[in-house]
Design a protein around this ligand. Sequence first.
Ligand code: PLP
Length: 450
Amino acid sequence: MQYISTRGQVPAVSFSTAVAQGLAPDGGLYLPEKLPNLRPHLGEWSKLSYAELCEAFFAIFATDIDSAELKEVVARSYTKFDHADIAPIVKLDDDRYVLELFHGPTLAFKDFALQLLGNLYESQIARTRSHISVLGATSGDTGAAAIHGLLGKEGVTTFILYPDGRISPLQERQMTCTGADNVFPLAIKGSFDDAQTAMKTVFEDREFAAEVGLSAVNSINLARILAQCVYYLSAYFRLPEDVRDDITFVVPTGNFGNVLAGWLVQRMGLPIKGFRVATNQNDILHRLFQAGTYQLDEVAPSVAPSMDIQVASNFERFLYYAEGCDPKKVREIIQTFKETGKYVFKNFDSTGFISSRSDDAQIEQIIKDVYLKYGYVVDPHTACGFEQGFEGKEIILATAHPAKFPDTIQAAIGENSTHASLEVLKSKEIVKHSVIPSPAAIKAFMRARI
Ligand SMILES: *Cc1c(COP(=O)(O)O)cnc(C)c1O
């Protein structure tokens, strides 16, 4: 299987190259040259364990990785989850199910992809004997999941930029209390945007990138999307047979990576009925699915910070298919959007999608209502999925454990949510480095540590 760019201006590459590069050199995102048909496999796959299912799925895509090696990489990636089902389903009532995606080491769904990505990097390093430097910017969950995916990996040094004082104290502890000597959390004086801008500038310095073996772990990496496809398959197989073809998957959405994975699996033949894109008050995608206009707005910080995103980077992958796999059309739309902050679709085809939006007050109310009705505590991101007024059967993806957001939970239900892995962190030493958000300062810091 080869991988092409959504912008169509670079040659197709292998799986390993697409994963190592992250972003395609023409600025586009990688996609499989052709989506496989999974239908012939579904009967057999329905009997597999989570790790076996993941291995069978990746065998179709990672065709340049030796099958014994792939098996070993995948098996290792799901050993640090604290639930035997890896992605268990909880039934709330006949119409409502929850898919719990927070049983990994950092208690958010990003562990599904970043545990695997860390092991893919490691096996690649063993094969090529080269060193990799991972640089990322985070507003919380991605950084923690990336650090825990790369912790102690031979040949990888990890640098994660985050805005000092602007992520939750527990998220900071997940990044800074690891005790690992190949991980450097860099607290930036400034906002998440400052951190992200500085990071992008470092990536644009191709000489530096080659010198340190720079790689990206943000959600544009194809391996992350593919790893997320697996829990849609697993959820479908675990749902009762009389429910699975008649249920909408509800996905709390920011960068559109999570819901895109489900949508791709549907295109590959899994008979999922449809999706609801659930946003917080940063609702660019909700407005798009309602009215067909993609229009930038200011980011308004919310109690669901991992969804405080306006430009959803993975939307470009959806666009590629929505525009009939025409890279020229994708380039035009992206260009117009870049120049004007807006794109009006003439015939926006939102088949298979509905959407919803929840502001901070609604999120708090939902956490309370769900708790009173079911005795079940949802985190502020997951709460967006419980929008009232929807008729029909739904499975809501629980993207984080509520204990990561104790203040919001306390305010909503008057009780604390805790998790042993977070309690342990509270007595550990914080090790972080202060850096100004200038590309030169970041590069100097990295050179000194590699
Ligand atoms: C990252 C994240 C999201 C948003 O997922 P996308 O793939 O960016 O749409 C939602 N909830 C939580 C808890 C997250 O960490």
